[in-house]
Design a protein around this ligand. Structure first.
Ligand code: UD1
Length: 338
């Protein structure tokens, strides 16, 4: 069965392509390579023995998207990763984010709506919850006003899919709300490749560990948490990838369900920034250079997932510990800097 993975050479996309191929799906990737490298295809092939079909395409070009679906009539489902994801940049360039993240979503849904039956998986984010009132966060927690255009594209993206599903019974969709993905494939063939200075904690830590950055700035230590630093739910990217296969199986096989659903994807365990640093120090045997600085604007105190719905309904559970995920991130960092 043929599945389109947009953004399939990106960080989460490439790990998901591997898991799809392992389960016997035929994968077609669309990527514009704006934030990724085509070499990732070699990494995927080294793991699975199969090179996915690849088309370099900018999804904002509507006529090319239409042509693509005419060429690949047998696509049964789409996993849509392709999107811009830098919070700060989205504040500077809101229209770029609305066009990239929402215009393209509309074009894909228009094509899928023409089919007799189609499955769609959307990369959403725990950012839709803002600072939730209760931990762990269930899918029923209210969606809070978005802090940035990026966050807004995730909220609006979910609404666009929900509204489309309501009038399109042939379309079956799931939005996956990711917590904090990290790590790399244990084979060392694929991993995260941030361009420029990483905004996210884990790549900044591993780049500091390897000497590419002088020191990590820890954003604030007077939050009302165990040690004063923010709490997040860090999930191994391979666990996250496997959840996409579980969601796809549900879309393809389970006929007696609502045609639009949302799931949290996390481990259910919160870790503070200092705990993440300690994990790095344990697995690498190195001391990390860091200093405490002012809070980062827009950061929330705490976010970790209630994973019950994903565990029970998708039959999926995150397996890796923070140390295992950190070990894979560190091994990857060492490999790519050789
Ligand atoms: C961030 C975005 C979120 C987005 C996600 C995508 C913000 C406010 N949130 O999540 O909307 O979905 O990225 O990847 O930008 N930290 C440091 N020093 C650093 C970097 C991070 O102390 O150099 C801390 C942060 O304060 C935070 C934690 O590490 O407590 C994780 O940060 P990060 O990796 O940026 O993820 P989020 O902020 O959770």
């Amino acid at each position: 069965m043929k599945i389109l993975v947009t953004g399939g050479v990106g960080f989460i996309g490439s790990h998901t392509v591997v898991e799809l191929q392992k389960e016997g799906f035929e994968v077609v990737i669309i990527d514009d390579l704006s934030n990724s490298s085509v070499k990732v295809l070699d990494g995927i092939a080294a793991i699975t023995g199969k090179t996915p079909i690849f088309e370099k395409l900018d999804l904002r070009e509507k006529s090319k998207v239409q042509d693509f679906f005419i060429k690949h009539q047998d696509i049964a489902g789409v996993i849509h990763f392709a999107a811009s994801k830098a919070v700060g940049e989205s504040v500077e360039k809101p229209l770029l984010y609305y066009e990239n993240n929402l215009g393209t979503l509309v074009y894909l849904l228009q094509e899928l709506s023409k089919k007799d039956r189609a499955s769609f998986i959307f990369s959403s984010s725990c950012t839709v919850y803002g600072q939730a009132d209760k931990m762990p966060i269930t899918e029923g927690a209210p969606v809070k006003e978005a802090e940035s255009p990026y966050g807004n594209t995730k909220q609006m993206g979910e609404e666009i899919i929900r509204d489309t599903c309501r009038v399109t019974p042939s379309l079956n969709a799931i939005a996956l709300r990711y917590f904090n993905p990290m790590g790399a494939h244990p084979s060392g063939e694929i991993g995260e490749l941030p361009i420029g200075v990483p905004q996210n904690l884990v790549p900044f830590i591993t780049q500091t560990g390897i000497g590419l950055r002088e020191e990590l700035s820890v954003f604030g230590d007077d939050y009302p948490t165990v040690d004063g630093t923010c709490i997040r739910d860090y999930i191994h990217v391979v666990d996250l990838a496997k959840a996409h296969v579980a969601a796809l199986q549900r879309l393809l096989n389970d006929k007696n369900k609502e045609n639009y659903e949302v799931f949290n994807l996390g481990t259910g365990k919160g870790s503070s920034v200092l705990e993440v640093i300690q994990s790095f120090e344990r697995v690498s045997g190195k001391k990390l250079n860091y200093k405490i600085v002012d809070k980062r604007e827009g950061d929330i105190t705490s976010a970790y997932a209630d994973t019950l719905k994903a565990n029970e309904v998708l039959g999926w559970k995150a397996e890796s510990t923070l140390d295992e995920a950190m070990k894979s991130a560190w091994e990857w960092e060492q490999k790519i800097r050789k």
